[in-house]
Design a protein around this ligand. Structure first.
Ligand SMILES: [Zn+2]
Ligand SMILES: [Zn+2]
Ligand SMILES: [Zn+2]
Ligand SMILES: [Zn+2]
Length: 500
C-alpha cells in the first residue's frame, strides 16, 4: 500500500496495476482523504455497511421532553446526506440488513417455542411439530444421491423424444444439471408454474383440513367441540428447491383456547403429526379450466414431520435457527434472477404497442438476454406465456415470472403463534431510545423530532460502494472473531475444562 501511495504522489502507474485499477485507486484515495470522510465512515459503520442505504436530507433533533432542551442535532449537508439502512430481508441484496431480519425471525420462532418477548413460558409445554411439505414431481429430474448414480435404470428405455430415462452420472454438489429435467419436452412446465402459483392456497387448504377435519376426527370430537378445546397455530417459511419448485418448513403447535388454560389429554405431538400427514395426502387445489388444461394440484409424497421436544433450550434454539435460515432467501436458490421481468410502464401487458417503455413486449428485458439455465428459462417463459391467459389473471404470473410463478410470502405465521416482527422492531427502537436517554441523562422522555426528505438509495459513487463493502466485511469479520472468542470462553468455563 505504501508503495502504491508513493506511485500516486509521483503520478506514475506501478507496473503490476492495470489502467483501470490505477484509476480506481486514485478515486479511492481521493475519497478517503476528503474532509467529510470521517463523518461519512462513521455513518456507514452506524448502518453496518448496508449495501443499499436510503439517503435522506434534513435534520433530526433529540429533545428532552421535560426541559425542551435540544440534546443532539444531526443535519445533512450537500455532500453528506443522512443514511438509514435499507432493511431488506434478502441476503443477496443486503447482508447486514438481512442479518437483522433473520435475527428477528429467530426471536419470533423461538418465543413461540420457549416463550419470552411477551409470549408466556407455558407455550414450551404445548405439543408442537416441525413439518416439511414438498412439491410433487412434474417429470424426472437429475438428482444428487449420496451413494450412487443419479437415476440408475437398467431397462429404462427412452422417452418419445429419444432421451434415455436413466442417468448414470454421479452429480457433484454444484452441478447445474441437478434439478433440471432429463427431457425438457416431457417436463410439465405449465403444471410446475401453476403449482408454485397455487402453493400458498394449497397451504391454506392444508391447514384447513388439519384444523377442521383431521384433528377433530383423530381426537374423536366434533368440529365445534374441537374449536372449544384447542387451537392450532403455526409459523412457516418458503424455500426454493433446485428444481425450481417451492416447499415449506413450518412449526405447528396446539394451544388451549385461552391463555393459561389446559389442553385435553389427547393433545400431543403424535396427534398433530398424524393429522398433518393425512391432511398432506388429502389437501388439493384444482386450477380453473383453461385452454391449456386443468391441473389437480397436491403436495408431493415427501412429507417430513418430527416432534419438537418440550424441554431443553437446545431444541427450541435449533428449530428457530433452522426456520430463520430460510427467511433471508428468495427464489435465487433455484438459479433465477432476483428482479421482476414485467415492464412497469404497461404492467407487463404490452398492450396495443402503446407502451414506449417496452415497445409492446411487456418485458423489461428480453427473456433471451437472461443469464439463467435452460430449465429456469423454460420456467420463466412458461409463466410469461400463461400470464397472458385471462383464466389465470388472478395469479399475476407475469408479475411473478422471475419467481417461477410463486407470488406468496416467504414467511407467514398465524396470529396466535408468537410475537410479531413489528413488535420486535418497536422493542428495539425503545431500547435505543432508552440508551440515548441514559447517555444524555434526560429529565423527561427523549423526543426524536425529524424533518427529513428522501434523496435516493444506494451510495453516491462506485468508490463509496466499494469502501462500504470493505467496512461491511470488516464488521462481519470482527463479529466472527468475537463469536469464536466467546465460544472458546464458554468452552473453557464449561465442564470440558474441569475434566481435563
Ligand atoms: Zn441494507
Ligand atoms: Zn443425472
Ligand atoms: Zn421426452
Ligand atoms: Zn411496457
Amino acid at each position: 500500500m505504501e508503495q502504491d501511495v508513493l506511485h500516486l504522489v509521483l503520478g506514475d502507474r506501478p507496473p503490476d496495476m492495470t489502467a483501470a485499477e490505477w484509476a480506481d485507486f486514485g478515486r479511492w484515495l481521493e475519497r478517503i482523504t476528503a474532509p467529510d470522510y470521517r463523518r461519512w465512515e462513521t455513518d456507514v459503520r452506524r448502518i453496518e455497511g448496508c449495501a443499499h442505504p436510503v439517503r435522506l436530507a434534513g435534520s433530526v433533533l433529540l429533545v428532552d421532553s421535560a426541559t425542551g432542551e435540544i440534546l443532539h442535532e444531526l443535519t445533512s449537508d450537500k455532500h453528506a446526506p443522512l443514511m438509514v439502512p435499507c432493511g431488506n430481508r434478502r441476503r443477496a441484496w443486503c447482508a447486514p440488513c438481512s442479518r437483522v431480519y433473520q435475527w428477528d425471525t429467530w426471536h419470533l420462532v423461538k418465543a413461540g417455542l420457549a416463550g419470552g418477548k411477551g409470549v408466556p413460558a407455558s407455550v414450551s409445554t404445548h405439543p408442537r411439530v416441525l413439518l416439511t411439505l414438498t412439491a410433487p414431481s412434474f417429470g424426472p429430474v437429475h438428482t444428487r444421491s449420496a451413494d450412487g448414480a443419479c437415476r440408475p435404470r437398467r431397462d429404462g428405455g427412452e422417452c418419445e423424444h429419444g432421451i434415455p430415462s436413466a442417468c448414470w452420472m454421479r452429480h457433484a454438489a454444484e452441478d447445474p444439471l441437478i434439478g433440471a429435467p432429463l427431457c425438457a419436452a416431457c417436463y410439465d412446465y405449465a403444471g410446475a408454474v401453476l403449482w408454485n402459483a397455487h402453493a400458498g392456497r394449497l397451504w391454506s387448504r392444508f391447514t384447513d383440513v388439519v384444523r377442521r377435519q383431521e384433528l377433530p376426527r383423530a381426537a374423536g370430537v366434533s368440529k365445534a367441540e374441537f374449536a372449544r378445546l384447542a387451537c392450532l397455530s403455526f409459523v412457516k417459511v418458503a424455500e426454493f428447491q433446485r428444481r425450481g419448485l417451492v416447499h415449506f418448513h413450518a412449526v405447528m403447535r396446539l394451544d388451549p383456547p385461552e391463555q393459561g388454560g389446559a389442553l385435553p389429554d389427547w393433545a400431543d405431538h403424535e396427534i398433530i403429526a398424524a393429522s398433518a400427514r393425512r391432511a398432506a395426502s388429502r389437501a388439493r387445489v384444482v386450477t380453473c379450466p383453461s385452454r391449456v388444461g386443468q391441473w389437480n394440484l397436491t403436495w408431493g409424497a415427501q412429507v417430513d414431520v418430527r416432534p419438537i421436544p418440550e424441554t431443553g433450550d437446545g431444541s427450541a434454539d435449533k428449530v428457530a435457527a433452522y426456520i430463520a435460515k430460510y427467511v433471508t432467501k428468495a427464489a435465487e436458490e433455484s438459479g433465477t434472477v432476483d428482479f421482476p421481468l414485467y415492464c412497469k410502464g404497461c404492467r407487463g401487458t404490452g398492450l396495443a404497442r402503446v407502451c414506449h417503455h417496452c415497445g409492446g413486449t411487456g418485458l423489461r428485458i428480453p427473456l433471451s438476454a437472461l443469464r439463467v439455465s435452460s430449465h429456469v428459462r423454460e420456467f420463466i417463459t412458461t409463466a410469461w406465456r400463461l400470464g397472458r391467459l385471462p383464466e389465470f389473471r388472478d395469479l399475476k404470473l407475469r408479475r411473478w415470472a422471475h419467481q417461477l410463478g410463486y407470488g406468496g410470502h416467504f414467511s407467514t405465521k398465524s396470529r396466535a403463534y408468537s410475537t410479531t416482527l413489528t413488535t420486535l422492531r418497536a422493542a428495539r427502537a425503545n431500547y435505543r431510545a432508552d440508551q440515548l436517554s441514559k447517555r444524555f441523562n434526560t429529565a423527561g422522555k427523549l423526543i426524536v423530532d425529524s424533518d427529513l426528505r428522501f434523496v435516493g438509495t444506494g451510495y453516491a459513487s462506485k468508490t463509496e460502494e466499494q469502501i462500504a463493502e470493505g467496512i461491511r466485511d470488516a464488521i462481519a469479520e470482527n463479529r466472527r472473531i468475537a463469536r469464536e472468542a466467546l465460544a472458546d470462553l464458554r468452552w473453557r468455563e464449561s465442564d470440558h475444562w474441569e475434566v481435563e
